[in-house]
Every structure is written in C-alpha cells, then in structure tokens.
Design a protein around this ligand. Sequence first.
Ligand SMILES: [Ca+2]
Ligand SMILES: [Ca+2]
Ligand SMILES: [Ca+2]
Ligand SMILES: [Ca+2]
Length: 285
Amino acid sequence: MGTARKLHFIILFFFIFFLPTLSLEAANLPPPLPCDFFGFEERTGDFHAGDIITAQDPDGIICGRYTVETAGRYGFLTCMGDDPNTTEVDEGAIDEDPITFYVNGVKQQRQAIWKSGEAIQLDLGIPATTDLGITSISFSNSTPRRLDTIEMFADVTNSGGGFVDTFTVNWRVDEVDIGSTQVSELGPGETATTEPVSWEITGEIGCRQVEARIGEDNTRSKNILVDLNGTGRIDIVDIMLVVVKWNTHEGDGKYVPLYDMDNDGDIDIVDIMKVARLWHVECSD
Ligand SMILES: [Ca+2]
Ligand SMILES: [Ca+2]
Ligand SMILES: [Ca+2]
Ligand SMILES: [Ca+2]
C-alpha cells in the first residue's frame, strides 16, 4: 500500500468514526436567522408614520415589532426565530409557523408563514374604528312587568374591511349601568349577537330607555314599555291592580311588592297616582 493510499484510508477512517462525534459535540447550533416581513397598506391612508405593527407566533410570543416610518408601507419587520439551544425559552417562531399581525393593536385577518432567513411580503391595513355598529337591540320578553328579569341582546355588525378583536358592549337603562358583555373576533361583514345581559326591572313602570354602547360614542337605544300585567300598555287594568291593594303594608299578608311603586313598604295614594299618570303612555323609539 502506497503512502497516498494509506492517507486515503486515514482520511476515510476519520470521516467514518470521528465526524459523527464532532457534529454531536457541536450542540451549540447557531440560532436561526430571523424572517423579515414587509408590505404596503391595503387601502390608501391605512398606514401613518408612528403606527405600531407587531408580529406574534402561534405560541403567543411577540417575535417582532415595527414602527412605521413612511406612510403607506412598513418593513423590514424582523420576526425572531426560536433558538433550539434554549429549549426552556421560546424566543419566537419555527419554520411553517403562521404569524399573526396587529396594527395599532388591531388584529389583522391576513397571516404569513414564517421561514428562517427569508423576506416575505404581506400587505396589511387598519380598519376604521367606526366600522362596528350596533344594528339592533332585542329582549327575551318585549312586554315585561315591573320586577320581572329579562335578557337583553344586541346585534353588532362589522361593516369595515378589517378584522376586529375582542370588544365590550356596555348596557344602560335610563342612564344607569346594568352590565356588559364581551364579543370576540368579528370579521369583515360579519354580524354577531351578544351573549344576554340580565336586567331586573326595579323602579318605574312606563317607557324605559335601554342603551347598548361600544366605547364612548357608538350607541344604540331602544325603548321598552314596562307595566304591571304584561300587556305592553298601561291602562285601567294596571291602575285597578294597585287600587285593590290600597292600604296594605309589608307583612300584612296582602301587600304585593310589585304594586308598591315607590318601594316604601305600603301601597297608598302615591303608588296609585304613579300608575294613573302613565295611563296610555306612548313608548316608541
Ligand atoms: Ca428556544
Ligand atoms: Ca414559538
Ligand atoms: Ca297593562
Ligand atoms: Ca308605596
């Protein structure tokens, strides 16, 4: 065997036996190259200097953040990858992760797929904040009696071009807060009906104003007539219901809280007059 041949064998031997060991020992892999995103506004006027764009991986890790410098475009937004050397820490995305984007906190419908070391275009937009509208209000019972508890619902429509994340609908009756309910994720053109909010009808009979509100200015109201016998109007029957309980008191066995209009523990002329003055009251929106 010649020297050159011997050398070949030694090199071969080295590759077969030592190289796998070397690569195993090279446990400190380089961290993955990040993925860069860039793009343009979906509609003219969507992006302004100072707008904040964030990118989030499927684990909820914010892998990148970018402040818009030039109106109408963004990028590069550098989205970090997850370093495989630190299994206990999730630094970002791995290949094929779908990335979710937020513009000024507004979730975007479009996603992009993360690929280490690539530059990927994804156009984004900011839906106008006035895109959400309360289109109707409804009640579990539209002819309730005083002291009944009814449930209230609102239909909310997203008529804008963007995707709206979780928001709150607040309820008031005659300008007193009643409760609130959350609506999650409403896409463009979608309508959702809120979860019910309960209202125990204490206080006055007559025309009560129910108001649903998103934020400060986005409101819708609907009036509902409350009476004493659930007929949807206040007439002689309602008045007589109180009259026959005249001069009853809490604890006397005849007193009915429903007809004690001022909740003072007795049924007297004050309660009768409160019903009588609402005789045939009109209640429309
Ligand atoms: Ca890691
Ligand atoms: Ca991750
Ligand atoms: Ca009635
Ligand atoms: Ca009373």
